[in-house]
Design a protein around this ligand. Sequence first.
Ligand SMILES: Cc1cc2nc3c(=O)[nH]c(=O)nc-3n(C[C@H](O)[C@H](O)[C@H](O)COP(=O)(O)OP(=O)(O)OC[C@H]3O[C@@H](n4cnc5c(N)ncnc54)[C@H](O)[C@@H]3O)c2cc1C
Length: 391
Amino acid sequence: MTDYYDLVIIGAGIQGVGVAQAAAAAGYRVLVLERTAIAAATSSQSSKLIHGGLRYLETGQLRLVREALRERALLLRLAPDLVKLVPFHLPVYRASRRKSWQLRLGLNLYRTLGGGRFQSLRKSDWDQLDGLVTENLTSVFRYYDGQTDDALLAQAVMRSAESLGAELKLPTEFVAARLEADHCQVVYREGTGPEARQRNCRCAALVNCAGPWAARLLEKVEPKQAPFAVDLVQGSHLWLALEAPKGCYYVEAPSDGRGVFLLPWHGETLLGTTETLHQGPPEEARTLPAETSYLLETLAHYFPHLRDVSEQQIKQKYCGLRVLPKGDGRLFRRSRSVLLHGNRHQAPRLVSVMGGKLTTYRLTAQKVMKMLEPCLPAAQAKGDTARLTLS
Ligand SMILES: Cc1cc2nc3c(=O)[nH]c(=O)nc-3n(C[C@H](O)[C@H](O)[C@H](O)COP(=O)(O)OP(=O)(O)OC[C@H]3O[C@@H](n4cnc5c(N)ncnc54)[C@H](O)[C@@H]3O)c2cc1C
């Protein structure tokens, strides 16, 4: 007899494991299919921040910021070993595009939306800022946000889901699905190489959490699904073998005014990120030489003593793909809210989850469960994700 699950989830990035945890906590039988490893793609290639996203205030994404700040507060409680509040510094120079009054306004709003605190540093403290250039510096704001290890967070969420009965098959590739009136038929390939075996299962609902592959994955579903128009926008980071800064810095790239982070990471330094439209298959995305130059130029501009970073000091270059709604406008201005796409308006049996934030994975999972509720059987809840600790 074919195996039956209430939910089959494709992809064990943060969104897939988040939905697995929410569904298992709600008492459902859950199977997660992951082709490579937990957090193998975008969910290990982020800036590793659990934050409201101060810069989203500029584009008026107040709801996203408020939700993310609430989730940040929750994760600081639920996962104290994995999510820590760290100090961020925002330097303002005479030539900065964002003026002191604008940042003060933004930080006040950030505080109103999610608590926390900020201050303007005394001039006498500026020499403690890791060698930040002080010429033409007019003010430095310090505020606090969360930092995590994105891959470890995803593994912890999956462990929590498994402790509630969810099953993970890995390496296992989703091959195809057929949506019937009252269930879905799913075909997947378990294992790799000559050992790989094709298998089938049935489920009440299917959740497509394949990250940058999610839009293409819809082509494997029968009946044919309307294509979902998205852009893949890559963001690169450089992990540098340089002594870790004492704090985090959020600076304006001199060439285009975008915000770039300099962060302590495993006793060294992480620098990111970029926004470059990616065309072609997701697996072909690579950090481009122009992105490396952009990041290193920004570093040298603010920290002149780090102007000569050698190739050997670049320990790792990695790039992740943001899934953003397709559009013509500036990439910076596109919404960063998660895209939830059901196979039909009423009672969807298939939901695709694209983009969104690592920070809001738990809330996204709740929204997915709400969408799928009409096609899921009754179940006895085993827990509440707002209370389940992660370690
Ligand atoms: C550069 C960058 C920086 C970011 N920084 C932050 C940040 O600091 N804070 C924050 O909150 N958010 C951040 N984000 C957003 C966040 O990282 C992503 O929204 C999130 O990681 C997306 O997770 P996902 O599960 O949707 O996708 P992914 O993590 O990409 O997971 C998709 C999974 O699906 C699997 N898969 C694909 N096809 C198949 C198949 N056929 N069968 C089986 N498995 C399959 C893949 O192997 C993969 O593991 C950032 C994003 C980017 C790109």
